[in-house]
Design a protein around this ligand. Sequence first.
Ligand code: ADP
Ligand code: MN
Length: 366
Amino acid sequence: GPTIAATRPLKAQVGGHAGIETTEDDSLLIKPALPREIEFYQRIAAAGDHDELSKLRNWTPKFLGVLKLEGQLKDSNAVGDGNMEIVPVHGNIVPEDKERLVLENVAYGFVKPCILDVKLGTVLYDQDAPPEKQARMIKVAHNTTSGETGVRFTGFQVYGNDSSEPILTPKSYGRSIKKEQLPDVTEMFFPVSSAPYPSPPNSTETSDSDVSKPQSGLPAILLHCVLTTLQDDLEELKATIANIEMRMVGGSILIVYEGDWERAWKTLSMPSGTATTEEEEEEDDDDDDEVEVEIDENGQLVLESIPDEAIEEEEEHQALLCSLSLIDFAHTRLIDGAGPDEGVLKGIQTMINLLRQRKDKIAAML
Ligand code: ADP
Ligand code: MN
């Protein structure tokens, strides 16, 4: 399993502050976090199934626990419910003030992860922020797409087909654009390949598409699948958020899709398909319970899956065509009686509209 003590900087970080690390195998993230964000993940993890909040578990990275700098291993039986504290015994981690969240890396398992961070909401300041900061953030919202549309494209990365390195568009770009340009930026993140229609894997036909692969982009038919899945996900997310009384400031939607053609085709031909089904989500919950913490020979913490009847699942991480998550709860509050966050809902609707527009354009190419 992944070793918590051996970490390195997250390579595929498209937005936010530096300092996020991954385990050596890339499967888990370690994010320095404010108490507010840790508490939010703990509340989601603890929510009973009748509680609307529990539905957010479908849309947030799996929460494995909290790393603290000192103390001892507590509650090792409770691993996976998000309530435990994982404590490094030998202090292999560079000390810092903040506690760290241990989260699933939602880009793990993608061969060429195309990643987009979209900041949600029309209100970009916390209710407790000092007046100067509030005034500043009101201006930022006004001068960017946030105020009017509830979204701002933070960073994103896409891959060229013949390149193993991603092409990054930084957050300065998303901050500079106007509302009218949002469809064009959406197109930059979802480029369609202009190459000849590629043969699906296992096709006996020899295609010349291999020699004429374009700079970047998926074939239209694959991109259409990606957009359809994401649009459905966004509708579900919107319905969930509409029932939760919260204020989310500075939080994001993180979209990942597979930019590698062969791999993308493969996910479609797999029996479990693209999107996660209800049953699979339940299986995922079970997976949580199968994670165990161990301390290895070197006194380092190791998270391990307990092998059981589902051994075949261990051989390879489930390949996905795309994924959609809600991330970054540093300034999110649950407030009873406040009603849903209308600015966040507006942002989700903006994304739905942008994806629909992009999908319609691609459908016309099919
Ligand atoms: P910050 O508070 O610094 O904005 P975020 O939580 O927004 O931190 O994360 C910053 C970036 O790190 C994101 O834009 C994304 O690229 C990456 N990231 C964050 N969480 C995850 C995750 N669970 N899986 C994969 N990448 C993530
Ligand atoms: Mn962020």
